[in-house]
Design a protein around this ligand. Structure first.
Ligand SMILES: NC(=O)c1ccc[n+]([C@@H]2O[C@H](COP(=O)([O-])OP(=O)(O)OC[C@H]3O[C@@H](n4cnc5c(N)ncnc54)[C@H](OP(=O)(O)O)[C@@H]3O)[C@@H](O)[C@H]2O)c1
Length: 284
């Protein structure tokens, strides 16, 4: 019987971890968010992990507002770099494990083939820089650590691209969306399932990439969202320079998932199949 602590449990991924917990009844769960466990409070983290005899920490808490992060460096750094170190140290203190979730933004997006885990990182934003430092902090302070870099996360919970495009598609007749940024959407439920697969199989220390299968641009993604939601809106392809954002985005951030699939025996659905599932779940 393992005790699993999930931090940031009210976010997209944290909520999906809660949804799937019912399928893994062999574990005892401690779902927390900032009101119950502030991961920036080192002593509180250590006390919690010790008192509840935690065996595995799944850190779903993060500063995820990519543009706002450019003006909020201190808070972003505390949450994405410093706090994962507190969690890692607390895990190490009782020989427990930690799964830290990271991002494709650790790369600058200049590749033309899918990114493998060992490729050189080069974050171009405050968010990406702090998330990369968080990865290093976790690996340094806890032996049994797994880093999962993911991308383009969406879910039935919280605010995300899918919900925004459904809303805008219903409000407007036309919409411009960038077509020169390419990656893979990831249903947070698929990532949550992969995390459970890792816990079931046992931690194998290292960095792993996870997204859904396939490749698309934000423009293609929007077209699929509208098609599957029955929305008729004229979506026009935009260049990134026509849609300036405070933080630079990687133009190409497709992740190579061979390592996570082979190590943990994970089968990953195509992004369009998962999008269909998510939209169905949103309508129920
Ligand atoms: N979203 C994406 O597209 C994306 C892409 C790649 C990687 N990722 C990574 O995937 C992971 C999960 O992302 P997500 O989209 O599920 O994030 P999310 O929805 O923003 O959830 C993060 C959660 O952490 C909570 N939190 C904030 N400060 C905290 C603190 N001090 N202590 C404890 N909890 C705190 C947040 O609460 P409040 O809402 O109250 O602040 C929120 O409930 C993150 O590591 C993120 O970097 C996300």
């Amino acid at each position: 019987m393992k005790n699993i602590l999930v931090t940031g449990a009210n976010g997209q991924l944290g909520n999906e971890m809660q949804v799937l917990a019912h399928e893994y009844e062999q574990y005892t769960y401690f779902f927390t968010d900032v009101d119950t466990l502030d991961i920036c409070d080192e002593q509180a983290v250590l006390n919690y992990v010790t008192e509840h005899q935690i065996d595995v920490i799944v850190n779903c808490a993060a500063y995820t507002a990519v543009d706002k992060a450019e003006d909020n460096k201190e808070l972003c750094d505390k949450l994405n770099r410093v706090a994962p170190g507190y969690l890692a140290k607390a895990a190490q203190s009782r020989n427990a494990s930690i799964i830290q979730v990271s991002t494709d933004y650790v790369f600058d997006g200049t590749n033309h083939i899918p990114y493998k885990e060992e490729e050189p990182t080069c974050p171009a934003s405050v968010y990406g820089t702090t998330k990369l430092a968080g990865e290093q902090n976790v690996l340094e302070h806890c032996h049994n650590s797994v880093i999962i870099r993911t991308a383009w996360l969406y879910s039935i919970f919280g605010n995300n691209f899918v919900k925004t495009m459904i809303r805008l598609g219903q409000e407007r007749d036309t919409l411009g969306v960038v077509f020169d940024q390419v990656g893979t959407p990831t249903y947070a439920r698929d990532l949550a399932r992969a995390i459970y697969a890792i816990i079931n199989k046992g931690i194998v220390r290292g960095v792993y990439h996870f997204s859904d299968e396939g490749v698309c641009s934000w423009y293609d993604f929007t077209k699929a969202i509208h098609r599957l939601s029955g929305i008729s809106c004229d979506v026009k392809p935009l260049h990134s320079e026509d849609f300036p954002a405070k933080a630079p985005r990687p133009h190409y951030s497709v992740l190579d998932k061979t390592k996570i699939k082979e190590t943990f025996g994970i089968v990953i659905p195509h992004w369009e199949e998962s999008l269909k599932e998510c939209i169905k779940a949103m309508n129920n």
